[in-house]
Design a protein around this ligand. Structure first.
Ligand code: NAD
Length: 432
C-alpha cells in the first residue's frame, strides 16, 4: 500500500541544544534584580531566594513527523517565584528557546504580575523548535506531548500556561484538551484559549491594548498629539498587529510595520486595516503597496518618534542602539533592550516604557479569563476592556510616581514596586 505524501515540507529537526550558561537575558535578569534590591534596601536572604527559580523542568518531547520519522524536541517549564499566587506565564515555540531564556522570562513574569497586582507568581515555558516549518498536525502533536510531559507540575491553583511567540489560541485549545483527557474538563488550566472553549473576550487584543493605553497616557502627559507621533512596530504577530491596529485607531501615525522577513515603511503613514486585508490575501507584509521595503535588521533604526519592539528579545543592543532614532520605546516584547544598551538610551533622553508594564495587558486579561473559568461565567468585552484600562492606568501611575519621587527610570521604578510586593508576600508567608 502506498503511503500518503505530505503536502508540505517536513519539519526541520533542530540539533539538540543543551542549556547555554551566561545567555544575555538571564544575566540581565539577575542584574535588574540586584539593582532593584539595592534601590529598596532588600534584606539579603530574600535576595538569595529570588536569585534562582523555584523549579526548572526540562522534558524530552518526541513527535512523529508527517514523513514518518521521529523527532525529539527539548521542552522547558520554569517556575520562578510563587509567593503571590499560582505560577503564570506563556509558552514559546521558537528556535532560540533554551533554559536560560526561559528562566529570564519566568523572572520577568514574577515582576510583571506583582507590578499590575494580579495574584500570580511567575513562570515560563518553551519548546526549542521552528514552528514555521511544521504542519498543523505536527504542531498539534508537539503541543499535546509537551503538555502531557509537564502536566504534573501544572494545575488551576498551581501553574497556568498561556500563549507566547509561536503559539496561539489554537495551541492553547490542544493543550487544554490534552490536560483534560487525563484530568477531566479543566478550562482554567490555560488562558488565551479560543472564546468558544472558555477563552475571554478581549484576550487576543489585550497585550496590544495595554501597550497603547500606556503609550497614549505618556503622550498625553508630554503634550504630544497622537497624529504627530510617527510609530514603528517591529513584529506583526499577536502583540505587534494588535498594537498597530489600536494605535492606528487612536490616531497615531504608523510609519512602519515589520516581521521576520522585513518591513514596509512610508513617512506618509500606513493604513493598518488595508495591511490586514493585504495579508489576508496571502501577501508579504514588507511588499505592502506604496511603501518602501526595509530589511529586518534596519527596522529598529528607522526614523520615528515611537518604536514598538513586538517580536523577539534583545533586538536593541550595543551594536545598534546608537542608531535608534525614537524618543519613546514601548517594550511590547519581553526584554527587547539589553542591559548594556540602556545607558545609551538614557543619555539621549529616550523614554522607555518597560516590558513588565507595557506588555502586562496580556497577563491582566489572562487573570480575568482564569477567574471567569473558575466561576463558569463570562464577562462582556466592554467589562474586560474597562477593567484592563483601570489596572494598566493604576500601574502606570504608580510607576510614574515612583520614578519621579526617586529620580529613577521607569524600568527601575517598576522593578522597585514589584520587588517590594513580592518580598512582602515572602515575609508574610514566613518563608525566611
Ligand atoms: P507571535 O509569534 O504572534 O509574533 C511574533 C512576530 O515577530 C512575527 O510577526 C514574526 O515574524 C516577528 N519576528 C520574529 N523575529 C523577528 C525579527 N528578527 N525581526 C522582525 N520581526 C520578527 O508572538 P507574540 O505573541 O506577538 O509575541 C511577541 C513578543 O511579545 C514576545 O517577546 C512575547 O514574549 C511578548 N509578549 C507576548 C504576549 C502575548 O499575549 N502573546 C504577552 C506579553 C508579551
Amino acid at each position: 500500500m502506498t503511503q500518503p505524501q505530505p503536502a508540505h515540507q517536513p519539519a526541520t529537526i533542530l540539533p539538540f541544544r543543551p542549556p547555554v550558561a551566561g545567555n544575555n537575558a538571564w544575566v540581565d535578569a539577575g542584574a535588574y534584580l540586584e539593582r532593584a534590591a539595592s534601590q529598596i534596601g532588600l534584606e539579603s536572604e530574600i535576595l538569595l531566594l529570588l536569585r534562582s527559580p523555584f523549579r526548572e523542568m526540562h522534558v524530552e518531547v518526541p513527535v512523529r513527523l508527517d514523513n514518518g520519522k521521529l523527532a525529539v524536541f527539548s521542552g522547558y517549564r520554569v517556575q520562578h517565584n510563587g509567593a503571590r499566587g499560582p505560577y503564570k506565564g506563556g509558552i514559546r515555540f521558537h528556535p532560540d528557546v533554551d533554559l536560560d531564556e526561559i528562566r529570564a522570562l519566568a523572572a520577568l513574569m514574577t515582576w510583571k504580575c506583582a507590578l499590575v497586582d494580579v495574584p500570580f507568581g511567575g513562570a515560563k515555558g518553551g519548546v526549542h523548535c521552528d514552528p514555521s516549518t511544521m504542519s498543523e498536525g505536527e504542531l498539534n502533536r508537539l503541543a499535546r506531548r509537551y503538555m502531557q510531559n509537564i502536566s504534573h507540575i501544572l494545575g488551576v491553583t498551581r501553574d497556568i500556561p498561556a500563549p507566547d511567540m509561536g503559539t496561539n489560541a489554537h495551541t492553547m485549545a490542544w493543550m487544554m484538551d490534552a490536560y483534560g483527557s487525563a484530568n477531566g474538563y479543566t478550562p482554567g488550566i490555560v488562558t488565551g484559549k479560543p472564546v468558544e472553549l472558555g477563552g475571554s473576550y478581549g484576550r487576543e487584543s489585550a497585550t496590544g491594548r495595554g501597550a497603547v493605553i500606556v503609550l497614549s497616557e505618556l503622550c498625553r502627559e508630554l503634550g504630544a498629539a497622537p497624529a504627530d507621533m510617527r510609530v514603528v512596530v517591529q513584529g506583526y504577530g499577536n502583540v505587534g498587529a494588535w498594537t498597530a491596529r489600536l494605535a492606528h485607531e487612536a490616531g497615531f501615525k504608523i510609519v512602519a510595520l515589520g516581521d521576520v522577513h522585513g518591513a514596509c515603511y512610508s513617512d506618509d503613514g500606513i493604513d493598518v486595516p488595508a495591511v490586514d486585508a493585504w495579508l489576508a490575501e496571502g501577501n508579504a507584509l514588507s511588499q505592502f503597496p506604496g511603501t518602501e521595503h526595509v530589511p529586518p535588521s534596519e527596522i529598529v533604526t528607522l526614523p520615528c518618534d515611537v518604536l514598538v519592539p513586538a517580536a523577539t528579545g534583545e533586538v536593541i543592543h550595543t551594536g545598534n542602539v546608537r542608531g535608534v532614532r525614537a524618543r519613546i520605546i514601548v517594550e511590547a516584547a519581553n526584554h527587547p533592550i539589553t542591559l548594556a544598551a540602556e545607558p545609551v538610551l538614557a543619555k539621549h533622553d529616550v523614554t522607555v516604557l518597560p516590558d513588565i508594564l507595557a506588555n502586562a495587558g496580556g497577563v491582566i486579561v489572562s487573570y480575568f479569563e482564569w477567574t471567569q473559568n473558575i466561576q463558569q461565567f463570562r464577562w462582556p468585552e466592554e467589562r474586560v476592556n474597562d477593567e484592563l484600562r483601570t489596572r494598566m492606568m493604576a500601574a502606570y501611575a504608580a510607576v510614574r510616581e515612583e520614578s519621579a519621587a526617586n529620580s529613577v527610570t521607569m524600568r527601575e521604578a517598576a522593578y522597585a514596586i514589584a520587588l517590594k510586593r513580592v518580598a512582602q508576600a515572602i515575609r508574610l508567608r514566613g518563608f525566611v
